[in-house]
Design a protein around this ligand. Structure first.
Ligand code: SAM
Ligand code: SF4
Length: 460
């Protein structure tokens, strides 16, 4: 069972010790472009590189690596808030227990059904369910909501449901494995323990170690698809990047499999926010975070959320992001009762990108990106250690791109506006011609035709 693997002195020591030079940076970038995970010192060195010319090199290398491994593909999902009752008092969150202004509610089965149908009507196939921490939201409850949601198949279906909730015990995770969740995601918020204790003064979340080892217990339960993250803005961003790397190394060394995804939410305005602004992260720093994470952990998915504004999202995406949410509503029951004016009383924090899924897709396509709703790996059992075996050069081109084409084709057939459909079809044609392997190309063309004829849910 996992123990506290964060050594505060060591992280600070490494950050203080490294001395970047052009030569060292070139060498590290070369290692990264060979798709090797960077070690602590190498990552720290990139973090401490401040000269403009060095930053340009780092950004250029991150773009290259992202393109090389992930291509133009971007996986899309939407979060769904299931309940905002919470017994923790996280100083940065609108759902904290001391916030009397927020309306507390939990989706009933009927409301859950309405939200899922609304997501399906948009064309969503992947969702992450989000829960406050509350005795009502135990593993049985979470499992029940997931089970119910998978059964609702109306105008489409959700094919993969990930979870963002409080850490559970091993038995709890087992229940979730049984109902077939995708990724279990827990953000450590800050890896710096003193800061952690300050911003989590009470409730179960005040136990730093229980949260830090939360994904170890998931692994023990056989849930090997896990996501980590830090809430940037609580403490020094360079420290947090090393914390995320430390977490990755710990999971790799202990379970032979690193995190499936890393998230890097930035602190956003919320009701009664009680954190000092000393550590707020600028747009330029966010870009550095993404570029350095891309180089440090080449094969780990990076998630950029709708907390950020559209223009910045576009710029950050090309530095290494593999997944974004789109068409997102974070107020309770927001997919059916959306108000144009955001209502901070019903939300956890303020959202930066409130565009519809179709609008986001339209922009992605115009930028030459290939939207994907693929859920194939997890449904074929390509997760965890097994998945890592495949996550080698060529895998993404062989499976992910074809699956992106098939799921995007479904979207165009069933949900897209006429304009999006036209530019989307052209993009699909262009991407098909780029497939080098003749046999694969033929298989993709065949499956695209089947989808045009009405078949659904085809994948490699
Ligand atoms: N209650 C669970 C927990 O705390 O892990 C899961 C859900 S919580 C609603 C999801 C994440 O939202 C948190 O882990 C935190 O990183 C993020 N968050 C909270 N307040 C935020 C804010 N003001 N701005 C940006 N992200 C925030
Ligand atoms: Fe509750 Fe999570 Fe918000 Fe903390 S971050 S107050 S645990 S919902």
């Amino acid at each position: 069972m996992g123990q506290n693997f964060i050594n505060d002195e060591q992280i600070k020591g490494i950050l203080n010790k490294v001395e970047p030079t052009g030569e060292k940076i070139d060498r590290i970038i070369e290692k990264s472009l060979n798709k090797k995970r960077l070690n602590r010192e190498e990552t720290a060195l990139l973090l401490q590189a401040e000269r403009e010319e060095w930053l340009e090199k780092i950004f250029a290398a991150a773009r290259e690596l992202k393109n090389e491994i992930y291509g133009d593909r971007i996986v899309l999902f939407a979060p769904l808030y299931i309940g905002n009752k919470c017994i923790n008092d996280c100083k940065y969150c609108g759902f904290k227990s001391s916030n009397q202004e927020v309306e507390r509610c939990t989706l009933s089965n009927q409301e859950l059904e309405r939200q899922i149908k609304a997501l399906e009507e948009q064309g969503q196939k992947r969702s992450i369910f989000v829960y406050g921490e509350h005795p009502d939201y135990d593993a049985d409850f979470i499992a029940e909501t997931v089970k119910t949601a998978y059964q609702i198949k109306d105008d489409g279906e959700l094919r993969r449901i990930n979870i963002n909730a409080a850490p559970l015990d091993v038995a709890g995770y087992r229940k979730l494995k049984e109902v077939g969740i995708g990724t279990y995601q827990i953000f450590q918020e800050t890896y710096q323990q003193q800061t952690y204790q300050q911003v989590h003064p009470s409730g179960p979340k005040s136990d730093f170690e229980w949260r830090l080892t939360g994904l170890d217990r998931a692994m023990e339960a056989g849930l090997d698809d896990v996501g980590i993250g830090a809430l940037f803005g609580l403490y020094d961003w360079k420290y947090e990047v090393l914390g995320l790397l430390e977490h990755t190394i710990h999971l790799e060394e202990t379970y032979n499999v690193g995190p499936h995804t890393i998230s890097f939410p930035r602190l956003k305005e919320a009701t009664n926010l009680e954190v000092d602004d000393r550590y707020l992260v600028t747009d330029q720093e966010l870009k550095r975070i993404v570029a350095i994470l891309r180089l440090a952990v080449p094969y780990t998915g990076l998630i950029l959320t709708a907390r950020e504004e559209p223009k910045l999202r576009q710029e950050v995406m090309e530095l290494g992001v593999s997944q974004i949410d789109a068409g997102t509503r974070i107020e309770m029951a927001g997919y059916t009762d959306f108000k144009q004016e955001q209502d901070i009383k019903r939300e956890q924090f303020k959202l930066g990108d409130t565009r519809s899924l179709n609008e986001v897709i339209d922009e992605l396509v115009k930028d030459g990106c290939l939207p994907s709703f693929c859920t194939s790996c997890y449904r074929l059992g390509r997760t965890g250690e097994h998945f890592m075996e495949f996550a080698k050069p060529g895998f993404i081109k062989k499976y992910c791109t074809p699956n992106a084409l098939l799921t995007f084709k479904e979207y165009l057939e069933d949900y897209a506006s006429q304009e999006t459909k036209e530019i989307g079809e052209r993009l699909i044609q262009a991407k098909v011609t780029e497939i080098n392997e003749q046999q694969l190309k033929e298989q993709v063309v065949d499956k695209l035709e089947l989808i045009a004829d009405g078949e659904r849910d085809l994948y490699f």
